[in-house]
Design a protein around this ligand. Structure first.
Ligand code: ATP
Length: 288
């Protein structure tokens, strides 16, 4: 089967700074690095590294063609990434010596994905494939209803959290993944907790405390693996990509979550995002 990921592609520009800027302040950085980023791109890379067939659906500007090329290098099918006459999405990230950060996000091409790009991709999708959505692009609701109608498994990572967007796609979902903060935001916004949502499988990730899966036979907890974390960025995206890849490759939910738990534990021991997501051979060799 295959995974179709309607997802963001960002250029992450990371400035090392002595402290996070105050209003009105000008500050020189002590370093600058540029990475491929965006929740969508991270999930595509994670699922491809977990040996799934991944097709990314999205858009960049001419300044971001390298980012699509990078996805291709990581084994993602990039034929449905449009190159538009607009800016590629950028995240300007300041990181202080304590690892605290502040981020400005310019959504750019991520929110201008043409509907024709989605339609062209979906014309190739087959019943039983997975359609994956997050909240950093346009067209989620259109894609979710299209996916449902075509008999795809529709998965949604509700981040960054937006109650209206969650409610708009909820009727079409087979799979929903939230972190603990998003699960609380959902409860506050709608009064609904993970176990009473009308979705087949709901996963709530709990950082170093692991993850809870709410499925047809109730709630099951999975402990995280004890590691010394150095950078937790991208842990959630790695987890989601690995779970979906496992399911797409015919593994059970338990097996998929166990593999995702290993992959994301390895991920938090590394600095960086998409470029350092572990591949399946590293995950299989990882002894917890
Ligand atoms: P992020 O936004 O940082 O990508 P998230 O908030 O979406 O992450 P988390 O719940 O923090 O997601 O983490 C996802 C999974 O990663 C957890 O369920 C767990 O398996 C693993 N993980 C996260 N932090 C740690 C940690 N400190 N040690 C071991 N595993 C971790």
């Amino acid at each position: 089967m295959a995974i179709w990921n309607l997802g963001s592609i960002n250029v992450d520009i990371v400035f090392s700074v002595p402290h996070i800027l105050e209003p009105g302040e000008t500050l020189s950085s002590t370093g600058r690095e540029i990475f491929l980023g965006g929740k969508g791109a991270n999930m595509s890379v994670a699922a491809a590294r977990a040996a799934a067939r991944v097709n990314h659906i999205g858009a960049v500007g001419k300044d971001g063609e390298w980012a699509a090329d990078r996805l291709l290098e990581y084994g993602v099918d990039t034929r449905n990434i449009a190159v538009l006459d607009t800016d590629t999405a950028q995240a300007i990230i300041m990181v202080d010596p304590h690892g605290e950060n502040a981020i400005v996000l310019h959504p750019g091409a991520n929110v201008e994905i043409p509907q024709t790009v989605l339609q062209t991709a979906m014309a190739e999708a087959q019943t039983g494939d997975w359609l994956v959505l997050q909240n950093e692009t346009n067209l989620q609701r259109t894609a979710a209803s299209m996916g449902k109608q075509m008999g795809l498994n529709v998965a949604y990572a509700a981040a960054p959290f937006d109650p209206d967007r969650v409610m708009a796609v909820l009727p079409y979902l087979d799979f929903l993944i939230l972190n603990a903060v998003e699960a609380e935001q959902l409860r506050e916004a709608t009064g609904q907790s993970p176990d009473d949502l009308p979705v087949r499988d709901v996963i709530v990730t709990l950082g170093a405390d692991g993850a809870d899966w709410y499925g047809t036979s109730g709630k099951q907890h999975f402990d995280a693996i004890k590691v010394e974390p150095v950078d937790t960025t991208g842990a959630g995206d790695t987890f989601t990509g690995y779970v979906l890849a496992g399911l797409d490759r015919g593994m059970t939910m338990e097996q998929s979550i166990e593999q995702a738990t290993k992959a994301s534990a390895l991920m938090v021991t590394r600095h960086g995002t998409a470029d350092v997501i572990p591949d399946l051979s590293e995950v299989l060799a990882f002894q917890s």
